[in-house]
Design a binder for this molecule. Structure first.
Ligand SMILES: Cc1cc2nc3c(=O)[nH]c(=O)nc-3n(C[C@H](O)[C@H](O)[C@H](O)COP(=O)(O)OP(=O)(O)OC[C@H]3O[C@@H](n4cnc5c(N)ncnc54)[C@H](O)[C@@H]3O)c2cc1C
Length: 409
């Protein structure tokens, strides 16, 4: 990966570049790679001291590979995304399993027939299971809303139990919103699995990049046409002239394309108001012995403020260290002025936010050379494969396919 560091170097690269990308997360890196492979000169500006955005991983001081911004598990049903990324990484197979601590017992989530048997007396569990399997197919994922609305008192009891013990308080902590204020669609996605399948994701592809996400993103960015400047907040170099619909780079009109993967409100100085996000605090702890817990993640739905604990060695399969590192997660309100919670992790998508976001999109559309994308730019929750898929689609729509564009000498 070609890093540019001095002010002069960055200034001169910006002068010559054809595609300027803000953000070296997965979205920005995929677009950088596509543009570079199409023969375009690309500069990536990243405000952090590292690439890979929120899926950045690194070895901590004990040598354990950790995910700095929360545990990331790659899962997808899109073969074209897996195929594309496989050009930049090898994979280690990994199936994510999650337990939830319910009344002191660790039971699989999504809630399944094993969880049912752990949480209810044998006779009651037997009767519930029998009734479920009379109504639904084996291995079916049934939304708990179906159970809560059912005409059977027994199934209602089960639905209400899962809602109360697994979902309600967890959601309140995660989103800062009472479960009954969430869109009903969210609750409809909480299933009971009618088998003993305890995989957290049921996607066709579940795997981890063998050398980690940062190495994979570095490989994406290691094209000779790409230059990367770290520690560079974009507004130091870029401005928007809203009256002319013109992008200015170093105060001069920019003729290339600007790909922006940061928060859209920030690009316009939040002048229509600030979009809402949830933030998180991560408390890392190193321990002498592996394993600390039985699965990659254990959820604590009813703990006062913590949502979950993840133990990285389960995820990465790392075997060349003796100790282990875990991380505890504490959701927070986002506050750009508080260093403890100034990272916008999750867009908070209520009707008010959506409307505000649409108003920013209208502003953005005035700039023909501006391409907004990524989790923050699109103000959507994207899994990693969604982010990659969206960037690949964009690249295709821009004809950033190697054969379509004249090579740069
Ligand atoms: C806690 C958590 C857990 C997750 N777990 C999973 C998981 O298990 N599986 C999964 O598939 N997905 C997961 N995701 C989603 C995943 O993180 C995203 O899909 C992915 O990071 C999206 O990449 P991106 O490039 O769009 O955004 P980001 O990774 O946020 O990258 C954007 C980059 O732009 C930079 N930037 C922003 N503004 C500026 C600016 N003005 N100037 C310069 N640089 C700027 C940022 O510093 C950042 O590096 C998780 C997300 C979170 C928050």
């Amino acid at each position: 990966m070609k890093l540019i560091q001095s002010e002069n170097q960055i200034a001169s690269s910006l002068k010559n570049c054809q595609v300027l990308i803000v953000g070296a997360g997965l979205s920005g890196a995929v677009l950088a790679e596509r543009a570079a492979s199409a023969g375009l000169r690309v500069v990536v500006l990243e405000q952090r001291a590292h690439v890979a955005g929120n899926c950045h991983d690194h070895r901590d001081e004990h040598g354990v590979m950790v995910h700095a911004y929360g545990p990331h598990i790659f899962h997808s049903n899109r073969s074209h995304v897996v195929e594309y990324l496989s050009g930049f990484t090898d994979w280690t197979p990994y199936t994510h399993r999650v337990l939830a601590d319910i009344d002191g017992q660790k039971v699989p989530v999504p809630f399944n027939l094993t969880s049912l048997r752990a949480c209810f007396a044998p006779d009651q569990a037997e009767a519930m299971e029998q009734e479920l399997l009379e109504r639904y197919a084996w291995d079916q994922a049934v939304p708990i809303t179906d159970l809560m609305d059912s005409d059977s008192a027994r199934l209602q009891l089960l639905g209400d139990f899962i809602f109360t013990k697994v979902f309600r308080h967890y959601t309140l902590k995660q989103w800062g919103i009472a479960a009954d204020q969430l869109s009903p669609e969210v609750l409809k996605r909480v299933p009971v699995v009618l088998s003993h399948d305890d995989r957290y994701f049921r996607d066709r592809f579940q795997q981890m990049p063998a050398q980690g996400y940062t190495a994979m993103v570095e490989n994406l960015l290691s094209h000779p046409n790409i230059q990367v400047a770290l520690g560079q907040e974009a507004s130091r170099w870029i401005a928007l002239d809203e009256t002319q619909g013109e992008i200015l780079v170093r105060q001069r009109p920019f003729n290339g394309q600007l790909v922006y993967t940061g928060p859209l409100d920030a690009l316009f100085g939040c002048r229509l108001g600030a979009l809402k996000y949830r933030s998180l605090q991560f408390h890392f702890e190193h321990r002498p012995d592996f394993p600390f817990q039985a699965t990659g993640t254990v959820n604590y739905p009813n703990h006062e403020s913590m949502t979950r604990i993840t133990e990285f060695r389960h995820l990465t399969g790392q075997a060349d260290v003796s100790g282990t590192t875990i991380v505890r997660e504490y959701p927070q309100d986002y506050d750009p002025d508080d260093p403890g919670r100034n990272i916008p992790y999750y867009p908070l998508m209520n009707p008010e936010s959506r409307t505000l976001y649409e108003r920013y999109r209208v502003l953005a559309q005035r700039f023909e050379q501006l391409i907004v994308c990524g989790r923050l730019g699109d103000f959507r929750y994207y899994n990693m494969d969604d982010a990659v898929s969206r960037s690949l689609e964009l690249a295709e729509s821009l004809a950033w396919a190697p054969s379509d564009v004249e090579a740069v000498s």
